[in-house]
Design a protein around this ligand. Structure first.
Ligand SMILES: O=C(O)CCC(=O)C(=O)O
Ligand SMILES: [Fe+2]
Length: 354
């Protein structure tokens, strides 16, 4: 007999996550990722190449034709799942990488940092400028108003970015954290209708901005092949996930949206990763596939009810496959974006909520 935790550890989905996740090889002198057998990982890039050569496709995978410049592939095993390899041209990838780092984490959009630090303005610029985030409380610094502030109970600490020199003058009692560390620890931001992770629901009363028009149009165009003629996808919310080496997204379902006939439009940017699509329970062995910068996945209908996750990203030069991004981000002003994306993956997934 196994307890609930042991059971969860033994599901087919969990086993696949364990197979692909990053482990370090401690037997070697240098800390190195343990080699992993990737022979079972479906590669839609080579399937697309086979399709263009008119070669036979692996069994269970079939193309559908649409107006996009690339074919869309479907899985017999997962109705409602669509994979569009190289859907986004590299210029468009660069644009969304830049937005994901500079504008999407801006308030009123929320990020994983909100719970601890409150809204943070211009995190990416602060990291680039080597700033430090400092908790401002009255006992920091030289003024003598400590007693008065505490008595009046108005001592609400706020966090603000400062130059490192400014940070030193604040004194040693302040809590502080480097902006570059916070950027590395940025795991998600939410656009449009804000998702409340604690309640696992959309909180329409939270202040929010509309999703940028260009992103709505992109999602509408990508979603079209999954919808009956004349029906239009309305992008109302999006989650942006940020992955560094060793970061994973555990198996989950996205079941908070009302209408599951509408797809989730999910785009990959930056380093290559492995995406797992399973079944309606964790007991079903998932299919593993590579997700590269510019790939788009659509999950509609029955695929909306399937567990999925990302157990691994690759940040080494050979496996990350971001050379075309490196060429486009070669300007001096883009060097911070390039530095970030060389070791990161970003996923933007867009939803119609109602
Ligand atoms: O990162 C990915 O490719 C998947 C993201 C996802 O499934 C989610 O945010 O719900
Ligand atoms: Fe998801």
């Amino acid at each position: 007999m196994y307890g609930p935790t042991e059971d969860a550890e033994r599901t087919a989905f969990r086993m696949a996550e364990k197979k692909y996740k990053l482990y370090y090889d401690n037997t070697r002198k240098k800390k190195q990722p343990r080699p992993v057998d990737l022979s079972d990982v479906t590669d839609f890039k080579s399937i697309s190449e086979a399709y263009h050569r008119n070669a036979e496709l692996p069994s269970g995978i079939f193309p559908i034709h649409c107006d996009l410049h690339t074919p869309i592939f479907c899985l017999e095993s997962h109705p409602g799942f669509y994979f569009i390899p190289g859907a986004l041209p590299v210029e468009e990838q660069c644009r969304w990488i830049k937005e994901s780092l500079t504008s999407f984490p801006q308030p009123p959009n929320r990020t994983n940092h909100n719970a601890i630090y409150g809204p943070l303005q211009d995190l990416f610029a602060a990291a680039k400028d080597n700033k430090v985030l400092i908790q401002e409380e009255q006992y920091c610094g030289t003024n003598n108003s400590e007693v008065e502030i505490i008595e009046n109970d108005i001592n609400v600490p706020t966090w603000n970015f400062f130059d490192q020199s400014g940070a030193l003058s604040k004194g040693v009692t302040c809590k502080s954290v480097l902006a570059s560390v916070l950027l590395r620890k940025l795991r998600w931001s939410t656009l449009g209708l804000q998702f409340d992770w604690s309640k696992r629901s959309y909180n329409i009363s939270l202040p929010h901005n509309k999703i940028p028009d260009a992103l709505c149009l992109l999602a509408e165009r990508m979603a079209a092949p999954t919808l009956p003629l004349g029906e239009v996808f309305q992008a109302e919310a999006a989650i942006v996930n940020y992955f560094g080496l060793g970061d994973t997204l555990g198996g989950h379902l996205d079941d908070m949206e009302k209408d599951w006939s509408k797809p989730i439009v999910s785009m990959s940017l930056g380093c290559k990763g492995i995406f797992l699509i399973g079944g309606k329970s964790r007991e079903v062995p998932p299919l593993a596939m590579f997700v590269r910068s510019g790939d788009v996945i659509l999950m509609a209908g029955q695929a909306r009810e399937c567990f999925h996750g990302v157990p691994r990203i690759f940040t080494d030069k050979e496996n990350a496959e971001i050379s075309s991004l490196e060429l486009l981000f070669s300007d001096e002003e883009d060097s911070a974006l390039l530095e970030y994306i060389k070791t990161s993956r970003i996923n933007i997934n867009i939803r119609q909520v109602f």
